[in-house]
Ligand binder design. Sequence first.
Ligand SMILES: NC(=O)c1ccc[n+]([C@@H]2O[C@H](COP(=O)([O-])OP(=O)(O)OC[C@H]3O[C@@H](n4cnc5c(N)ncnc54)[C@H](OP(=O)(O)O)[C@@H]3O)[C@@H](O)[C@H]2O)c1
Length: 328
Amino acid sequence: MSILALRVHRDDKGIQSKLLTMEEQQLSPGNVTIAVEYSGINFKDALGVTGKGKIYSQFPINAGIDCAGIVESSTDPRFRIGEHVLVNGCGLGENQDGGFANKVRVPSEWVISMPEGLTCRTAMIFGTAGFTAALAIDRMEQNDQTPAKGPIVVTGASGGVGSFAIHMLSSLGYEVIALSGREEHIDYLKSLGANEVLNPEQLALGSKPLEATRFGGAIDNVGGEILSGLLRHINLWGNIASIGIAADHNYSATVFPQILRGVSLLGVSSTNCPMERRRSVWNRIGKDLIPENLETIVSKEVKLQDIGPCFNELLDREHRGRILVNCS
Ligand SMILES: NC(=O)c1ccc[n+]([C@@H]2O[C@H](COP(=O)([O-])OP(=O)(O)OC[C@H]3O[C@@H](n4cnc5c(N)ncnc54)[C@H](OP(=O)(O)O)[C@@H]3O)[C@@H](O)[C@H]2O)c1
């Protein structure tokens, strides 16, 4: 049976992606086949498809690091035909054909039964972005983050991870400072629960190895100087969850925040999050982290056929929230 897929090739001109039809037998191997209903565009997909980042370990490959859909066949008794499931990370769309397609085939160890409270569509509004925001908060709370330690700064605020982080933190009782370079998103960020929206100049992070403690913690999507600066301001025993590199993958720091204030820099890696923890975070999302205004986080919904221009829009910072992809 033919499948429509966004397939990425590498040739002497570099990375090329094309929407094409392929046969099901050509898909990467796996013991569960899923008819994909929805996927979403993540920063990593945009880096990979445009060739701006080295994401793929094999070519050709169908892009898309997450998807939700309906089980078509399975040799694993845990997953029945017709059941709704999701897959995110684990190598999907990096070393195994991914979710920008009508169909994926994956090892059953990667498959998650749809959590109560979520549908294929709402699960992919969250997608890897929402999952990663929830995973970051989970890690911070496990390391004793509490609202009493002070406000949490969310950087790259109007992106997918940032939007969900703001909503989740706010609904859990944290004061949230959204850091955004886009003034036009202030109302949107406040509607998600941000108490304050600042730009990097207004945040004024200073340059001394230690500055006044102003924040309980941070969820950082941008890296670089902002991450360096935030570390200098975190309150005693607070945490920064390091998620992204939207600005820069380098940062500079002293060990003073760690050794004099007990501050922790927590790594958050959605790709290789252990499955037990992945399931528990997804279940928590379905149970108590769904915003009432979830649809406002969808900047647009596109059909697989219309996905082409979306990758540059995301990298050029022309969007907010999530771009949902209808693959059915
Ligand atoms: N560790 C993991 O497992 C994991 C999982 C998912 C995502 N990520 C990473 O997390 C980051 C955010 O992902 P996302 O899906 O939320 O991406 P996104 O939707 O594109 O959001 C990124 C946001 O960062 C800000 N930004 C973009 N370019 C910037 C620049 N040059 N300087 C400063 N800020 C900039 C923008 O926010 P404003 O316009 O509001 O400033 C933008 O909306 C990415 O680096 C991504 O690779 C990591």
